[in-house]
Design a protein around this ligand. Structure first.
Ligand SMILES: Cc1cc2nc3c(=O)[nH]c(=O)nc-3n(C[C@H](O)[C@H](O)[C@H](O)COP(=O)(O)O)c2cc1C
Length: 291
């Protein structure tokens, strides 16, 4: 009996470590990996790690929260790969919670995950999970992109991915004809499916902490979907933080929502290379197992 219990505890610990390891491959601002996981009584809590805030480029922690949202999505898909159904509460302290003062002090979780049910992962979830294990989701590298690649089918799938997480994705091109992009307060923009789109924007209805967590989960789902479809993608985070970019994008999109991320889509030019994955923080820095 003692042995059985020890075995069960060991495998629980191994499962948790595998999930947190998978989550650590999520994209993050300047590869800061600004998260910490705490395992409690049958729950896994995600915290922001305030020591990883880049105050100069991300003063109010918007991109930090997006990064944590991305790690949350990676944890969700890692649990699904193992046949668990995660029951997730984002910002249990309320949708406005997660501001600099409270969350960044690491006192309350950004999200709580419980697992109460089991169901095998479906085919598409397995594809997304496999993409996460590449450890390098969709990153196109930072060089020039092949502009003539037809993205028509991929863009539709990426829009669906963003929408399923409560965000929206629209594409920009250089035709100057963006009339049919967003109108209204929260653009479900982007029925633009005419291919040759190298730049997409990911947005949310507003810019509260909960919207930033939504943006992070949507970013992760979009990047994993892009990877699963073989489309290199590279996120650019400061779309909202630089006034000129924010205003310009808002004008182009005719949107009153919040552009959270720009995502470059497409393969590098011939001779260009995809970037190498950055090293991840060791589990000892990002995971605490209580008890
Ligand atoms: C909120 C956020 C902002 C990011 N901003 C940029 C950016 O402006 N430029 C860029 O090349 N990559 C950006 N990235 C991607 C990160 O640099 C990348 O996730 C990190 O370096 C790890 O890369 P790897 O997964 O290829 O190892 C961003 C990622 C996130 C989540």
């Amino acid at each position: 009996m003692k042995t059985m219990r020890a075995t069960a505890l060991t495998s629980f610990r191994e499962e948790i470590e595998a999930v947190v390891t998978a989550a650590s491959y999520a994209p993050s601002i300047h590869d800061t990996q600004p998260w910490h996981w705490l395992v409690g009584d049958r729950r896994l809590d995600l915290f922001a790690d305030p020591s990883r805030l880049l105050g100069a480029v991300d003063p109010d922690g918007r991109q930090l929260l997006i990064s944590c949202g991305a790690a949350l999505y990676y944890a969700r898909i890692a649990l699904r790969l193992r046949g668990f159904v995660p029951d997730v509460v984002v910002l249990p302290g309320g949708p406005g919670y997660g501001g600099l003062h409270r969350d960044l002090a690491g006192k309350e979780p950004l999200a709580t995950i419980r697992v109460n049910a089991a169901k095998p992962a479906d085919c598409w979830e397995r594809s997304l999970g496999a993409a996460a294990y590449l450890g390098h989701a969709g990153h196109a590298g930072r060089g020039p992109i092949e502009p003539t690649t037809d993205m028509t089918g991929a863009v539709a799938a990426l829009q669906d991915a963003a929408g399923l997480e409560g965000a929206w994705l629209a594409t920009l091109d250089d035709t100057g004809d963006d009339d049919h992009l967003a109108t209204g307060p929260t653009p479900l923009a982007g029925d633009r499916r005419d291919g040759q789109n190298a730049v997409a924007v990911l947005g949310t209805a507003a810019d509260r902490p909960i919207d930033r967590m939504t943006a992070g989960q949507a970013l992760a789902r979009v990047l994993l979907t892009a990877t699963a479809l073989g489309v290199p993608a590279c996120p650019i985070g400061h779309a909202q933080d630089i006034d000129a970019i924010r205003v310009t994008l808002r004008e182009i999109l005719r949107s009153t929502g919040t552009v959270q991320m720009v995502i470059r889509l497409g393969p590098p030019l011939p001779g260009g290379v995809l970037g190498e994955p950055a090293p991840r923080r060791p589990l000892s820095e990002i995971l605490t197992i209580a008890g």
